[in-house]
Write a protein of this length. Structure first.
Length: 226
């Protein structure tokens, strides 16, 4: 109710200012609700409910990484359109730059984590420009979601839960099993080992990119990449 009220105030102010048709409004989050126990209780969801999705904050299950997102741009983005395509928060920077005609502001001396989703949002293409997302918890790759499949290398059920690592990654079909309750790799006789081919390609490409363009260290004087 609090979020609804304050978002309403912002939208009203935009309308009163006469800039409603020239303003892009994005409402989203960076992670699902935390599902750590309340003090003194064995179970609980003090951070809120993630509905049918398993896990929450600090996990790579859908309850932790899947968040609602709403985008409004009257006359440009069709209203009432609903999609289950993959878009990451990382995509907002290059997408907005392209939407407002400021592509030149995107650095060209390094690869960008985000992908341009402008044509998808404007209805010029049916599919998202992104078909995967890599989920880190700290410095550890917990999972890679590729299309409708999720490959978990490490799991935790909640923010303060024990972290489990596996001899063989766990694989779930998010479309058929949104609760991530039926593990495919072991239960279906290793029939889904093929998914490691596209997932490995994603991770190897990411590792090479991070080696060539390392993150800027705290306090580092950064003069650009060679």
């Amino acid at each position: 109710m609090e979020v609804d009220h304050n978002v309403g105030q912002i939208l009203d102010a935009i309308k009163i200012a006469g800039i409603e048709d020239n303003t892009i409004v994005i409402l989203t989050g960076d992670n699902g609700a935390a599902n750590y126990p309340s003090p003194g209780l064995v179970t609980g969801e003090v951070g809120g409910s993630n509905g049918p999705w398993r896990g929450g904050l600090s996990t790579a299950y859908e309850g932790g990484m899947r968040t609602p997102a709403m985008i409004r741009w009257p006359g440009k983005i069709s209203k009432g359109r609903v999609t289950d395509e993959i878009i990451a928060d990382l995509d907002m920077y290059p997408t907005i730059a392209n939407l407002i005609g400021e592509k030149k502001r995107i650095p060209t001396d390094r690869p960008m984590d985000g992908m341009n989703q402008a044509d998808f949002l404007l209805g010029k293409q049916k599919k998202s420009s992104r078909d995967y997302v890599v989920t880190y918890v700290g410095d550890t790759v917990f999972a890679v979601k590729w299309r409708n499949l999720k490959v978990h290398f490490a799991t935790a059920e909640g923010t303060h839960a024990v972290i489990h690592r596996y001899t063989f990654p766990q694989v779930f079909d998010i479309a058929e099993d949104p609760k991530e309750s039926f593990e495919l790799w072991g239960n279906e006789g290793y029939a889904h080992t093929w998914v490691m081919s596209p997932v490995s390609k994603i991770l190897v490409g990411l590792a090479k990119s991070m080696q060539a363009f390392p993150n800027i260290r705290p306090g580092q004087e950064f003069s650009g990449y060679d």
